[in-house]
Design a protein. Structure first.
Length: 654
């Protein structure tokens, strides 16, 4: 290569600069290589070109790729980057949807940074607080030791510094008397008050007076200043000792409550141990009245002759409430919060992301709570075995007033939360588009009767009250998962299919949207969707109050497979439907399935057998309602005839 390796690359064995098609060796020009190296260097670079620079330039030229190969490589790399970015975005969307389904706020980079920064700040603040508490504790201990040492020193001195000599006291008294006399004379002369003639005051013989007092009492006159200082020191020592005793007593009570909740034998409180040790060390002496009858307190109110009841702490109440939640089938992840707020949690048998249980716990005076398992229909109003404190009637009334105030605050907070959720539901409903097709609707074989679909492809089912006001929405995912809007009111909430029912028109009440849509498409009657079995009665009562003469059919689910399980569960759909029908004077209609069939609602029946069984069942329920109404009318007429016969006047006998 006379022109050097400038035109050579690693992908070609023949170039225009080379005269050989097939060769095992490449011979380049040293001058051309050195010239290329000098051209590549900056202007004014006077360094000599060495053999290493020449070979480096040859290697660099041979390592080059053609433009086409570079472009293809760039395109492959761009495709890989795009595919990786798409996968990362999908993973981010999945995590965001999971957080939203769990009711958690969206996690952004700024939020994560703020959380980390706040966490570090909180950790630093906790460290500083711990250091400050340690320093204060050391200062208190040092103060207690110093006061105790000062008291011991004062007692050992025996009052040596408390005595004054009688001559010094007498001199001080004479000086004070002379000063008082001089001040009185000056004041009288200033106001021109005539001074009465009297004998000059005799100097007070204080020395003789204190000698007589010492001979009478057998002790010299105490130093008032030293006595006051000693009393102050003793009071400070007593206060510090009382605070330390209270702290140790609280610590012992907390440890006793924790050990009692874990099933261990409670340890003896520190104060009792300390009192026992002091009683063992102290000699037996008659107790003073103040020691024999201490003042009663809230910490120890014991009736004479009765054993004191064990203290019931918050840990005990929370542990008992957690056991009640577990027995009801609720599965709470983490500690149970008894803060007076409604908490939604999964229950036994729920799918991932499903929360079919709610509970509310209170710690106001007498711990209590409410537990509801929507899957089994279990409702428990839990109450603790005893109150947390043994208090007087006046304090019990104060606790009741405080509990009522907290209950009112929680009610206001719950109402505000529901109002905010209703506003959010209005915004979501306005931003969504009318639903035309959806995987959930296709799987259930029903139509979208006024439903909407948001930007993420989720169906929005309205949750409204009897007055038509929108309370919230139920979001149905592509996989069939259903979630209510967080904080929205659901008790008594429902969705209407087929418009608002006219007076006297039969009304069907169902649980889920697919069941309600199937009933409406099969019968043409208006349907109310109550969303769950526990809400059937509340919705039916609302429409019964609006129209007392309306025929009402509770089309419930038939969970016939639950009683046949290894651990039998109640047929919640059947029990709740029959209870709602009895409450409103209607009738319950349930689908029928073979023993081995897993179907439970009217939509399952329609997908297996079509709409004909649904029409027959609804017609039979309406006939039953008409027969019951006719029987009632006939019974009322017969009763009225009997009453008329009783009051009819009879003629005189002949």
């Amino acid at each position: 290569m006379p022109a050097g390796s400038t035109g050579v690359q690693g992908f070609k064995g023949y170039t225009a600069e080379s005269r050989h098609k097939d060769s095992a060796w490449l011979i380049t020009s040293d001058g051309a290589e050195r010239r290329e190296v000098m051209v590549r260097r900056a202007l004014g670079d006077a360094r000599p070109v060495t053999a290493a620079d020449v070979w480096e330039n040859v290697a660099r030229n041979l390592a080059r790729q053609p433009a086409k190969a570079s472009a293809l490589d760039f395109m492959d790399r761009a495709r890989n980057v795009g595919r990786t970015a798409a996968h990362a975005m999908q993973a981010g969307f999945r995590s965001a949807e999971a957080r939203e389904a769990a009711g958690k706020p969206r996690a952004t980079l700024g939020a994560q940074l703020r959380e980390r920064r706040d966490g570090r700040a909180v950790g630093q603040a906790v460290d500083r607080l711990r250091q400050a508490l340690d320093a204060r504790w050391q200062a208190v201990r040092a103060l207690a030791d110093r006061l105790r040492q000062a008291r011991r020193t004062a007692l050992q001195d025996g009052g040596r510094d408390e005595r004054r000599s009688a001559e010094g006291e007498a001199k001080a008294v004479r000086d004070r008397a002379r000063d008082n006399q001089a001040r009185s004379t000056t004041a009288a002369e200033r106001h021109r008050v005539p001074r009465p003639k009297a004998d000059p005051a005799r100097p007070v013989d204080a020395a003789a007076f204190w000698r007589r007092m010492a001979a009478k009492d057998g002790a010299p006159r105490p130093n008032v200043r030293r006595a006051v200082q000693q009393r102050r020191e003793e009071g400070a020592v007593v206060v510090v000792a009382d605070r330390l005793a209270l702290a140790l007593d609280e610590r012992g009570l907390v440890l006793a409550g924790i050990e009692r909740s874990s099933g261990q034998r409670p340890a003896q409180p520190a104060q009792q141990r300390r009192q026992g040790n002091e009683e063992a060390r102290a000699p037996k002496s008659p107790a003073t009245p103040s020691q024999a009858a201490p003042a009663p307190s809230l910490r120890a109110v014991v009736t004479p002759g009765r054993r004191a009841a064990p203290r019931f702490t918050e840990a005990n109440a929370t542990a008992d409430f957690a056991m009640a939640l577990h027995r009801a089938g609720l599965r709470v992840a983490g500690p149970v919060e008894m803060d007076g707020k409604m908490h939604r949690v999964p229950v036994e048998g729920d799918r991932k992301g499903q929360k079919s249980g709610t509970f509310v716990g209170h710690l106001d005076g007498w711990p209590a709570g409410y537990i509801h398992n929507y899957k089994t229909g279990t409702e428990i109003r839990w109450k603790a075995d005893r109150p947390m404190l043994q208090v007087a009637p006046a304090e019990r009334a104060a606790f009741a007033a405080e509990a009522a105030a907290r209950s009112a605050d929680r009610a206001r907070e719950r109402q505000d939360t529901q109002e905010r959720a209703a506003k959010m539901a209005h915004r979501l409903w306005a931003a969504a588009a009318p639903a035309t097709s959806h995987p959930y609707l296709a799987a259930k074989g029903v139509q979208a009767h006024g439903l909407r679909q948001d930007r993420r492809g989720r169906l929005l089912v309205p949750v409204q009250g009897a007055d038509g006001r929108l309370w919230g929405v139920q979001r149905v995912g592509v996989d069939g998962s259903k979630l209510f809007l967080k904080g929205a009111r659901t008790e008594g909430g429902h969705a209407l299919i087929g418009g608002r029912p006219k007076p006297g028109v039969p009304l069907l009440v169902a649980e889920g949207y697919a069941t309600g849509a199937t009933l409406h498409e099969a019968t043409g009657l208006p349907v109310v969707v109550a969303f769950n079995a526990g809400n059937l009665a509340a919705v039916a009562k609302a429409y019964r109050a609006a129209d007392p003469s309306r025929p009402m059919i509770i089309a419930g689910d038939n969970d016939h497979h639950l009683p046949r399980r290894a651990v039998p569960l109640p047929n919640v759909g059947k029990e709740k439907a029959e209870a709602a029908a009895a409450a409103v004077g209607g009738t319950a209609a349930l689908p029928s399935f073979p023993p081995g069939d897993r179907g439970s609602d009217w939509n399952d029946l329609a997908r297996r057998q079509g709409h004909q069984p649904i029409v027959a069942a609804v017609r039979g329920a309406l006939d039953q309602i008409q027969r019951v109404a006719a029987d009632r009318v006939e019974l009322a007429a017969a009763a009225s005839r009997r009453e008329a016969q009783k009051v009819r006047p009879r003629g005189p006998r002949m």
